[in-house]
Design a protein around this ligand. Structure first.
Ligand code: DAK
Length: 279
């Protein structure tokens, strides 16, 4: 139902203030700096786990900001403890592969990369699974010294599904991506800087301001040139990316046909170690 509301709002261009009043898990502040909007993920008790409603709200906010002439750059952030600890495992745990494929709720994630305006991710604390993927969908990342990036899906019997196998590999190279995705290990902020996953690491006290300052600097440029430059940079790997993303998503859905995915996610919810049988 919420999805229909979202489409209705989008196509009828109801004013932004009206649409974001109803938002529960996203906070939007326009003109945080001149021509810069700040979007905050706001589900702190669950470490900003990305449930369906949060993602609908996020897309709604980004699409409204993309159309807003007073906004030329966007900063997306969480809080000091977590950018986002992934898609909501509790919502996914019992889904079948066919549920995942037919509802295809996750395909909407792909719309985030269609945002024309530049998005700077300000990441502190956990950026895991879908949270890491969300930060990589942004155009660049400013990290606090406490940021931890990772694709730990393997530990709960599944694989990245929103670009992790594609974007992380392009960012850090095959050898490191294999290590991270096959073990679920985390990457520290300094390592992320070393591999070029993030553009800057700064103390936790200033990571958000640093991202806002970068966005402000971008917002002072010609918005047309910025949009065209962003498109051109993304084009450098998009054709292969499309194919890779579709392949990854199908394989992600396929893991939901396994007993191991059920066991992995159940074990997370029950706060115990999973027992995998290869079934
Ligand atoms: N989902 C649901 N709840 C989560 C969560 C998550 N991903 N991460 C944390 N929480 C909840 C915890 O359950 C806990 O809630 P209560 O039990 O207190 O109610 C609360 O947040 C605090 O977490 P912890 O007590 O676990 O905190 P710790 O400091 O001990 O540990 C942690 C922090 C981040 C290491 C740990 O919470 C953790 O391992 N979280 C799960 C990380 C993870 O496995 N993430 C990957 C999830 S799978 C796709 C799009 C997206 C995706 C797939 C496809 N398509 C477009 C196709 C994404 C998939 C994923 O992200």
């Amino acid at each position: 139902m919420k999805g229909f509301l979202f489409i209705h709002n989008y196509y009828h261009s109801i004013s932004f203030v009206q649409t974001h009043q109803s938002m529960e898990f996203i906070k939007v502040t326009e003109q945080k700096e001149p021509f810069v909007a700040l979007v905050e993920l706001n589900r702190p008790k669950e470490l900003n786990a990305l449930n369906r409603q949060l993602m609908v709200e996020l897309l709604e906010a980004l699409q409204a900001l993309d159309k807003n002439e007073q906004v030329r750059a966007i900063v997306l952030t969480g809080n000091e403890q977590a950018f986002a600890a992934g898609a909501d495992i509790k919502q996914m745990a019992d889904q079948s592969a066919i549920d995942m494929l037919m509802v295809d709720q996750f395909s909407t994630w792909d719309m985030i990369r269609k945002t024309k305006k530049p998005i700077v991710a300000a990441v502190s604390g956990f950026a895991l699974g879908g949270g890491c993927e969300l930060s990589m969908m942004c155009d660049t990342i400013i990290a606090s010294e406490t940021a931890k990036f990772g694709q730990p899906e393997i530990k709960i019997g599944t694989i990245p599904g929103a670009g992790g196998t594609q974007r992380l590999t392009k960012a850090v190279g095959k050898a490191k991506a294999m290590e991270l995705i096959l073990t679920g290990r985390f990457l520290s902020a300094q390592e992320a800087l070393f591999y070029g996953l993030v553009c800057k690491v700064v103390p936790v006290e200033v990571y958000l301001q640093e991202a806002l300052t970068l966005a402000k600097e971008i917002a002072q440029m010609s918005p047309i040139a910025v949009q065209l430059a962003k498109e051109a940079i993304n084009r450098s790997f998009e054709t292969q990316l499309d194919e890779g993303l579709a392949f990854e998503r199908k394989n992600f859905y396929l893991t939901f046909a396994s007993a191991d995915q059920k066991e992995g996610m159940k074990a997370f919810v029950e706060k115990r170690k999973p027992h995998y049988t290869g079934k």
